[in-house]
Ligand binder design. Structure first.
Ligand code: 5CA
Ligand code: ZN
Length: 412
């Protein structure tokens, strides 16, 4: 699948600092310091509705990771998926009397446009579940032959992963079994499915059903892939056995990333699958998580149509720390618009305080688990001084703009 178009990222003087990130598995902040190549997989959209501000916030978070790694001199290999076949997509298409392929293509195209206008650096590989089906089927067969998966004997052809084949199961989310059992059905799991060995066993392959799309699965029989194996296989195939960051929103902590890691680790014999499991907080509206199923969405494309500057959207989302669940409000956007206008005026000032100091300050803030509120505060302080005529460094406004562009992705 094609990703979206990228843009020039300015090169900054000197070299950025190693990035320290919170890892959900170890429950602490640790350096993410690969030697020279950094590998990141981010869980992308299920395209049954338009990109909302929650998706945008998560994508901006991992965009900052990529910007920090590049600034530190690393080569970044970044893969993102599109879950272009799954139950929610089929359910929405059915509800609206629409072809599921047409729906998926339209919403994916819109997502790409949204990402481009938000100046998200595109992934090296943007990969759909459908185009990955032959690879996924191969890996499910390996798990089956290895005894880590089993087929239900009810004639459906459904194949499940046996969580007892993953001795570390639970290490990524740090949840107790009771907590897992509670969350599993809320996030697409089917604990009560008859014939499963363990209620937490996740689906690997869904046998073909009347009226549902299916693909040839070779020895597996016709069907379609489960959700967690999709991400495990795409990441393994394009990034190798170990990755530096597995990313997504914190709604993916369990079961999605736990199960993906279990699948990948069983397939490769290497653990942990990801050195960092990084989760962005949920963006909500009116105290509720913004989600397609709740229908309380603010769409990026709606804001674009209303002529809201995408750079203000970006700044509004960066005003909160990526890990905190936070609300989208009209006031947040208004404050970001004001901030953007102030920064633009400051970038056009004839001189200002040291740009080099500002750059090092922003690098330090972002290297500390992406402290974007801290970085924004430094920019506010620099802008205030430049606008007040403090500092006589004539090159500073240009370096200010370059820093904000390269590290925060905000074009002034
Ligand atoms: N296709 C799967 C991942 S493989 C999926 O979760 N799709 S999604 O469309 O529901 O979400 C796309 C990405 O946005 C995921 O990383 C998800 O964790 C994140 N996300 C979803 N809702 C929100 C929200 N309200 N706030 C922040 N991030 C969100
Ligand atoms: Zn995923």
């Amino acid at each position: 699948m094609e990703a979206w178009a990228g843009h020039e990222v300015p090169r900054l003087p000197g070299r950025g600092q190693p990035l320290r990130l919170y890892d959900s598995a170890r429950q602490g902040i640790h350096p993410s310091d690969p030697a020279d190549v950094a590998r990141m997989y981010v869980c992308g959209i299920t395209p049954y509705d338009a990109t909302h501000l929650g998706h945008a916030a998560t994508m901006i978070t991992f965009d900052l990771v990529q910007r920090m790694w590049r600034d530190a001199g690393l080569t970044v290999r970044y893969v993102q998926n599109v879950t272009d076949i799954d139950d929610p997509l089929l359910e929405r298409a059915e509800r609206d009397g629409e072809d599921w392929v047409v729906l998926a293509m339209r919403e994916t195209a819109l997502f790409r446009e949204d990402m481009e206008t938000l100046r998200i650096i595109p992934p090296e590989h943007y990969v759909g579940a459908v185009e990955s089906i032959p690879d996924i089927a191969d890996k499910v067969l390996l798990l089956l032959k290895d005894g880590a998966a089993y087929r239900l004997d009810d004639g459906t052809g459904d194949i499940y992963f046996d969580v007892s084949a993953a001795p570390r199961f639970g290490y990524e989310s740090n949840l107790s079994r009771d907590e897992m059992l509670e969350i599993f059905p809320e996030r697409g799991g089917d604990p009560d499915r008859a014939g499963k060995r363990d209620p937490l066993d996740p689906l690997l392959w869904r046998g073909a059903r009347e009226g549902e799309p299916s693909w040839p699965g070779g020895e597996l029989g016709a069907g379609r892939p489960g959700w967690h194996i999709e991400c495990a296989v795409i990441a393994l195939n394009l990034l190798g056995d170990r990755i530096d960051v597995q990313g997504g929103g914190n709604d993916l902590l369990f079961p999605h990333h736990e199960a993906s890691a279990a699948h990948a680790e069983r397939l490769t014999g290497e653990a942990p699958f990801a050195r960092h499991y990084v989760h962005a907080g949920m963006i909500g509206l009116d105290g509720e998580k913004m989600s397609k199923s709740k229908g309380n969405l603010v769409f990026v494309s709606r804001l674009r149509a209303d002529k809201v500057d995408p750079m203000a959207v970006r700044l509004a989302l960066l005003a909160g720390h990526y890990r905190s669940d936070r609300a989208w409000t009209g006031e947040l956007l208004a404050a970001a618009q004001e901030r953007l206008a102030r920064w633009r005026r400051a970038a056009a000032a004839p001189a200002g305080p040291s740009g080099a100091e500002f750059l090092e300050g922003v690098r330090a803030r972002l290297a500390d688990d992406l402290d974007s509120p801290g970085a924004l505060a430094l920019a506010d302080a620099w802008a205030e001084q430049a606008l007040a005529g403090v500092g006589d460094n004539a090159g500073a406004p240009a370096l200010f703009a370059k820093t904000v562009d390269a590290l925060l992705g905000v074009a002034l």
